[in-house]
Design a protein around this ligand. Sequence first.
Ligand code: CA
Length: 220
Amino acid sequence: MRILIVEDEPTINAQLVASLKDESYVVDCATDGRQALFLGLNEPYDAIILDLGLPHMDGISVLKSWRDAAITTPVIILTARDNWNEKVIGIDAGADDYLAKPFRMEELLARLRAIIRRAAGHATPVLSCGTIELHTKTGKVSVDGLTISLTSHEFKVLSYLMHHQQELVSRTVLTEHIYAQDFDRDSNTIEVFIGRLRKKLPPGSIETVRGGGYRLVCPS
Ligand code: CA
């Protein structure tokens, strides 16, 4: 899952990046409104964390511009404490959730998991596909009730597929969601991760679709 963090305060920005990376998210950063607008319009994020007070262009205007451009990526806004008005304006502008500063990282992470799940149409924190279960809170994956161990990249691939189960996911899309913008991307490595995942999942779980895509097949 790839996240855009928009925050101009270096300390908070660095804390957010470190915490999200710890949770296996792939992270891009913007430190002003114009850069945020550009990245949000051009890169496929799974969620965006948006501070409202930003240089060059304020967060509300950035958010409105994304929504006007039909960008539906879930957005959590970071608002100033005790400014209820900002929350109302933010939600009316298209924010999916808000958090007042200063916030606890645990709360932000919980809200982030929730908006990503909901955007993919899952209401509960445990995603399941046949006998495969992914606990979004702990990052644990099990098959038939037994925990399996995955490398960080295998987890990123499986997490994306579990959020988009039964859908055709192209190799390009997978690449875009498991690597950050500045990363040297190689879509051939996806095949390697898929190959390793197949050995750890029940036979037939990941279907290869002609033309370079994959589908996580969930028996009903
Ligand atoms: Ca700020």
